[in-house]
Design a protein around this ligand. Structure first.
Ligand code: ADP
Length: 383
C-alpha cells in the first residue's frame, strides 16, 4: 500500500486543529482547501478525523470510491485543483460508528497519511482529529513535515481551556502556529441580519494575548454556513460575496500571507516562564492572597525578561492556582510565603517553587534569581 518514495511534492502542509469536537474545525478545513483551490493553488484535503470524518458530506462526495494505482491510494477529485482523501471513503458503512482499537487506529492513520499518492501540491490541508490525544499525535508524527497549524475555537470558556492544551501540544511538538480562528463568534440573526453575542465577547482576545498566539479572524455563527455545509457546497464557493465567506477568506489571507507562522520557539529554544504573586506591582508576601500574578517571560539565552503580563488569578482554592499556572506553561514560581501543601501541589505539576523572596518587582526577582543573586529569607507562611 505504500506510495513510491518522493512521489509526493507538497510545498506546504497546514493542520487544522481544535481542542474539542463540534467547534467548526471541518467547516474551516473544507473552506480553506476550497478557497486555496479557487486561488489557483493545487490543493489536497486530508480528513483524518477518525470519529467524525465529515469532509465527504461537506463536499457532497459520499458516493466517491478510492482506488489504488502503482501501490498508492489515489485521492478523489472535487475539482482538478482539489484532491480529497478522507477516512470516510474507507469506511464500509458510514452510518455505523467505528470502534477503533489502538494499533488498528494507528495502522489506519498510517495508510491514510503515508499511503496516498497526492503528486505535486501547493498546499495540503489536514483536518485533524479533535483534541490532543494519541490520534492527533500520530497524525503530526506521520506527516513528513508540518508548516503550521490553525486552531479553531469558539468564544466559550471550555473550548478556550481546550485551546490552551492545543497550544502547549503544538509547542511540545514544535509545530508553528498560524493563529486562532474564533468561530461562532456571535450570531447573525437570519431575520434582521444583526449580530448577537451569544457567548459573550472578548474571551478569545484575552486568551490570545495571554498565550501570545495571534487571532486570524472571527467567523460569526451563521445559518447560511451550516446550510452550505448541509448541501455540500462550501460557502467560499457557493457565495464568495457573503459576509461570512468574506470573514473566512480574511482568515485564510492571513495564513497564506504570513511569511512564517508564529512560533514561540523561533530561536529554537523555549522561553522560560516565571510566575510572581504581586500586590501593587511588587511581590505579595502571601501567595494565596495576591491580587495579580505577574507572568514573566525570559529569553533563555540572554536571561533577560522579554515580557511581563499581569493576570488576575482564579478564586483561591487548593489546586486551582497550580493548574492555572501549569496551563500557561509556567516552570517556576517565585513567592514570599507559601504553605507546604501548596508547594507540594506545584511540585506535582512539575513547577519549581522558590519561597522567602524579598519585596521587589517581578522583573527584578526573576532576573536576580537567574543571575544567582536573589537572597531569600524565611518562608513566612510555613503551615
Ligand atoms: P468539528 O469539525 O469541529 O466537529 P464541524 O465543522 O463539523 O465541527 O461543525 C459542526 C456543526 O456546526 C456543523 O453542522 C457545521 O455546519 C456547524 N457550524 C460550524 N461553524 C458554524 C458557524 N460559524 N455558523 C453556523 N454553523 C456552523
Amino acid at each position: 500500500m505504500k506510495k513510491e518514495k518522493n512521489e509526493n511534492q507538497i510545498a506546504k502542509t497546514i493542520l487544522v486543529m481544535s481542542g474539542k469536537g463540534g467547534v467548526g474545525k471541518s467547516t474551516v478545513a473544507v473552506n480553506l482547501a476550497v478557497w486555496l483551490s479557487l486561488q489557483g493553488k493545487s490543493t489536497g484535503l486530508l480528513d483524518v478525523d477518525l470519529h467524525g470524518p465529515s469532509i465527504p458530506k461537506l463536499l457532497k462526495m459520499e458516493e466517491q470510491k478510492l482506488f489504488q494505482l502503482e501501490g498508492a491510494i489515489r485521492p478523489c477529485e472535487y475539482t482538478p485543483n482539489l484532491k480529497v482523501m478522507s477516512i470516510g471513503f474507507m469506511l464500509e458503512d458510514r452510518n455505523t460508528p467505528v470502534i477503533w482499537r489502538g494499533p488498528a487506529k494507528h495502522g489506519f492513520l498510517e495508510q491514510c497519511i503515508s499511503g496516498v499518492g497526492w503528486g505535486d501540491l501547493d498546499y495540503l490541508v489536514v483536518d485533524c482529529p479533535p483534541g490532543t490525544g494519541d490520534e492527533v499525535l500520530s497524525t503530526a508524527q506521520l506527516l513528513q513535515k508540518v508548516d503550521g497549524a490553525v486552531l479553531v475555537t469558539t468564544p466559550q470558556e471550555l473550548a478556550l481551556l481546550d485551546v490552551r492544551k492545543c497550544i502547549s501540544f503544538c509547542r511540545q511538538l514544535e509545530i508553528p502556529l498560524f493563529g486562532m480562528i474564533e468561530n461562532m463568534s456571535g450570531l447573525i440573526c437570519p431575520h434582521c441580519g444583526k449580530k448577537v453575542d451569544v457567548f459573550g465577547r472578548g474571551a478569545c482576545e484575552i486568551a490570545a494575548e495571554e498565550l501570545g498566539v495571534p487571532i486570524l479572524g472571527a467567523v460569526p455563527m451563521d445559518p447560511e454556513l451550516a446550510r452550505t455545509g448541509e448541501i455540500g457546497r462550501p460557502i467560499v464557493e457557493a457565495g464568495p460575496e457573503h459576509p461570512t465567506a468574506q470573514a473566512l477568506a480574511g482568515c485564510f489571507q492571513e495564513i497564506v500571507q504570513k511569511p512564517k507562522p508564529y512560533s514561540s520557539n523561533q530561536t529554537g529554544s523555549k522561553p522560560m516562564k516565571f510566575a510572581v504573586p504581586t500586590n501593587d506591582g511588587r511581590l505579595s508576601a502571601h501567595f494565596g492572597h495576591c491580587r495579580q500574578f505577574a507572568i514573566v517571560e525570559v529569553d533563555p539565552e540572554t536571561k533577560k525578561a522579554t515580557g511581563v503580563q499581569m493576570l488576575t488569578p482564579p478564586a483561591h482554592e487548593p489546586g486551582v492556582l497550580p493548574q492555572w499556572l501549569a496551563g500557561m506553561e509556567v516552570q517556576t514560581v517565585i513567592a514570599g510565603g507559601m504553605g507546604q501543601r501548596a508547594q507540594m501541589l506545584f511540585r506535582e505539576k512539575k513547577i519549581e517553587v522558590i519561597v522567602g523572596a524579598p519585596d521587589q518587582s517581578p522583573q527584578e526577582l526573576v532576573e536576580g534569581y537567574l543571575a544567582g543573586r536573589l537572597e531569600c529569607g524565611q518562608n513566612i507562611c510555613d503551615h
